[in-house]
Design a protein around this ligand. Structure first.
Ligand code: SAM
Length: 212
């Protein structure tokens, strides 16, 4: 069971129209943002990639286009509707598999991925579950593998534009603001991650963080 302070286990209509909703909320800018972040990520042909909370598979498709047919992609999600959508979206890639698995439970992967990717999922977990997720990633990555976190950046919500403040404080879950206030690099250092690089978007409210 997820935390009652989280909204990351999306259901119903939100799950059904998730991609469309994101495009509307970002006034059509989201696909461009995704193209940008996947161009920044170090995805090489043949890489093995794990996508935690893979949703509709939109991100997986972008990554598979870069990594190609010799790559391996494993997407994990707990929403069957999302998994179905992802399988359909990535049907041209027999090297992609989408599995119903809770990412905060102990995962069976050991040193098998070049890249771990988590997009707009980590902010929705209590810190003790974030720790379990990061530990899963640490074990799943090959030595030197890269961890990419695409999510809210660290910023001062008090001085953010009114619509950002409204979105974070009224529409998002309480855990989102805690995540925004968390020193994520410090958090990751406890799990031996280092060599951070980061890029921010949308006026500094969204970040792609790379860790090794
Ligand atoms: C906000 S959506 C983000 C989806 C996708 N990563 C993206 O950026 O488009 C959160 C996703 O995480 C999944 N999720 C939530 N809790 C999860 C958990 N404990 N284990 C695996 N997936 C989870 C949800 O089903 C949903 O698909």
């Amino acid at each position: 069971m997820g935390s009652p302070r989280s909204k990351v286990e999306i259901k119903g209509l939100e799950a059904k129209f998730y991609d469309q909703l994101l495009d509307i909320v970002t006034l059509g800018q989201y696909p461009r943002l995704l193209k940008r972040i996947f161009s920044l990520m170090d995805i090489k042909p043949g890489y093995s990639i794990i996508d935690l909370g893979s949703g509709t598979g939109r991100n997986a498709c972008y990554m598979l286009k870069k990594a190609g047919r010799d790559a391996r992609l494993v997407g994990l999600d707990i929403n069957e509707e999302m998994i179905k959508k992802a399988r359909k979206k990535c049907r041209d890639f027999p090297n992609a598999e989408f599995i119903n698995m809770r990412i905060e439970e102990t995962l069976p992967f050991r040193q098998e991925f070049d890249i771990a990717f988590i997009s707009f999922v980590l902010h929705g977990f209590e810190n003790f579950d974030k720790e379990k997720i990061v530990e899963n990633v640490r074990k799943a990555l090959k030595p030197g593998g890269k961890f990419y976190i695409f999510d809210y950046a660290e910023f001062d919500v008090d001085v953010a534009p009114f619509y950002v403040k409204f979105f974070i404080r009224k529409l998002e879950c309480p855990l989102a603001e805690e995540f925004i206030n968390l020193d994520l690099k410090e958090f990751l250092r406890k799990f031996e991650f280092s060599e951070f690089r980061e890029w921010t978007f949308a006026g500094g409210i969204i970040r792609l963080l790379e860790a090794r």
